[in-house]
Design a binder for this molecule. Structure first.
Ligand code: S3P
Length: 182
């Protein structure tokens, strides 16, 4: 049997990268890596504390380090942070690393999921909808450019999405010339 490819989940905050990633990894028998969790563990600080003490640039540097380290490991399902696509070096590494799945989320559902979350320093509490829209306008072209597959996560549970994605991956691996291996 062919080796499973590394699977990278990209998309904005609240799109379900971590929950879907965990469910998909369990279903495929792959390890699951959450880049934000790795950053927090390496820094010994929460994400808001990193932004506070090291600034946005400090967080982005840690994000690139954690991403590149994860990509040196065996194939896994990897959940990235919403801003990982901003740096060209990250995009180049992601493109080379495996199968990229963009998790798209409807803005209303995204707002419902993330509003009031104090662990997200980029979310402006006075105008979360506007802030999310501005981030999405900047990043959506980058998500789309990188994506091998796009999945809308607004209306299904992570288990349903994981089952559908696992089936799609199996179909891709069955089509000659459409091998999903990196
Ligand atoms: C960020 C998203 C967060 C986290 C950090 C920055 C962003 O990850 O990496 O707060 O720039 O959109 P999630 O997408 O997992 O919320």
């Amino acid at each position: 049997m062919q080796q499973l490819p590394r699977i990278l989940l990209i998309g904005p905050m609240g799109s379900g990268k971590s929950t879907l990633g965990e469910a998909l990894a369990a279903r495929l028998g792959l390890d699951f890596i959450d880049i934000d969790t790795r950053i927090v563990a390496a820094a010994g600080m929460t994400i808001p504390a990193i932004f506070e003490t090291e600034g946005k640039a400090g967080f982005r540097k840690r994000e690139t380090d954690a991403l590149l380290a994860a990509l040196r490991e065996a194939p896994a399902v990897i959940a990235t942070g919403g801003g990982v696509v901003l740096a060209e070096a990250n995009r180049d590494a992601i493109r080379e690393a495996g199968l990229v799945v963009y998790l798209h989320i409807h803005p209303d559902e995204q707002l419902r999921r993330v509003a009031g979350d104090s662990n997200r320093p980029l979310l402006d509490p006075t105008d979360p909808a506007g802030q999310l829209a501005r981030l999405q306008a900047q990043r959506e072209p980058l998500y789309r450019e990188l994506a091998d597959l796009t999945v809308d996560t607004s209306a299904q549970t992570s288990e349903q999405l994981a089952a559908a994605l696992a089936l799609r991956l199996a179909q891709m691996r069955d089509i000659p010339g459409k091998d999903a291996q990196p």
